[in-house]
Design a protein around this ligand. Structure first.
Ligand SMILES: NC(=O)c1ccc[n+]([C@@H]2O[C@H](COP(=O)([O-])OP(=O)(O)OC[C@H]3O[C@@H](n4cnc5c(N)ncnc54)[C@H](OP(=O)(O)O)[C@@H]3O)[C@@H](O)[C@H]2O)c1
Length: 330
């Protein structure tokens, strides 16, 4: 008999999440029915959306994992294969046939399997479609990326560099800033915790900003948008600065300085969710893999060990203590 461990939500997150909001419980795994397989988690992903979406009390916390099939009664899903699945924070899962973005892992040509949760999965694909399909930067344009030391931002900025743009990353830590400029090729970084963002942007982007990959929202985005050029494009993929505040929080800042910027400069500000691009999911994975193999795209993972540390990894990622994609190795 296999006994799974899983995290359930004990108390709704309120403000910044607390370790005591979740609890690890055990569950006996029942025998498989025809058309099912049993997978054992190898890597779990922790992502900001787990804070954004309200989850039901008593249920397993949401999340994707790379898992190994250890028993199967489903044709095409043999024992020993690896899958990526939205199974939640749990060690063992019974599943039926998978649909994109869940699937048997594509061929990564000896790359680490954990990349299926990052550069060759959700975050890499978010960067790919956000930059290429919404920002559509042209060679020589100036692109600003928020959360630039994290999984999506560090990846998006490198794609903009591949396209020949000047890229400025905004982040909250000098070490991350060194990483994105010295190792990833960003032109500049701004530490939002230390700098006057508006003044720094004016200095580093004297000709204005053409594209903005916005993952932060709030005051920071208000500042960036106010410096955008005529016909600028902003891809709004997230608003992490507001995830831990109640909707009614008086501190919420209107992101869009409407009259003078959006209308007169004819800006295009477009929100997007990655679900829209599921029909092209593996196209992005193949292109990102090719760029990695060609040495044009780099990635970094912060890998935390142990199922009992998933919640700590999640909190550290939200606090900005991790760099690149945050993953837990089970
Ligand atoms: N639209 C979609 O379909 C989609 C899909 C995936 C992800 N996303 C969004 O993309 C964004 C990035 O996700 P990710 O997985 O790559 O996370 P990540 O950037 O790896 O990690 C989150 C980072 O956000 C920064 N941060 C936290 N609170 C902040 C605040 N109040 N102000 C400014 N920065 C803050 C921290 O870095 P610092 O050290 O820099 O503060 C932290 O490391 C999130 O907004 C997420 O919701 C959207």
């Amino acid at each position: 008999m296999v006994v799974a461990k899983k995290y359930i939500l004990k108390k709704q997150f309120s403000g910044f999440p607390k370790a005591t909001d979740v609890q690890i419980v055990e569950e006996e795994i029942r025998p498989l029915n025809d058309g099912e397989f049993l997978a054992e988690a190898v890597y779990l992903s922790v992502d900001p959306y787990m804070r954004l979406f309200e989850q039901p009390i008593g249920q397993v916390l949401m999340g994707s994992q790379v898992a190994k099939i250890i028993e199967s009664k489903l044709e095409g899903y043999p024992v020993g294969k690896y899958v990526v699945g939205h199974f939640g924070w749990r060690t063992h899962t019974i599943s039926k046939e998978l649909n994109i973005p869940n699937q048997i892992l594509p061929n990564f040509a000896n790359m680490p399997l954990s990349l299926a949760l990052g550069a060759l999965g959700l975050t890499g694909n978010t960067a790919y479609f956000g930059i290429l399909e919404i920002c559509k930067p042209q060679k020589g344009e100036t692109v600003v990326i928020s959360l630039a030391g994290g999984a999506v931002g560090s990846h998006a900025g490198q794609i903009a560099k591949i396209l020949g743009c000047k890229v400025i990353g905004i982040l909250g830590d000098d070490e991350k800033g060194k990483y994105i400029t010295e190792e990833l090729g960003f032109d500049h970084f701004i530490n939002y915790k230390k700098s006057n963002l508006k003044e720094e942007l004016k200095k580093l982007a004297p000709n204005g900003i053409d594209c903005y990959f916005d993952n932060v929202g709030g005051q920071m985005s208000n500042t960036v948008v106010s410096l955008m050029n005529r016909l600028g494009r902003s891809a709004v993929g997230g608003f992490i600065s507001l995830y831990n505040t109640a909707t009614s929080d008086a501190q919420r800042v209107p992101v869009l300085p409407l009259e003078d910027c959006i209308v007169l400069k004819q800006l295009r500000i477009e929100g997007f969710v990655i679900q829209t691009w599921y029909s092209r999911w593996n196209e992005a994975i193949e292109q990102n893999l090719k760029w990695i193999q060609e040495g044009k795209l780099k990635y970094r993972e912060t890998i935390v060990e142990g199922f009992e540390n998933v919640m700590d990894a999640f909190l550290d990622m939200l606090k900005g203590k991790t760099i690149g994609k945050t993953i837990v190795k089970i």
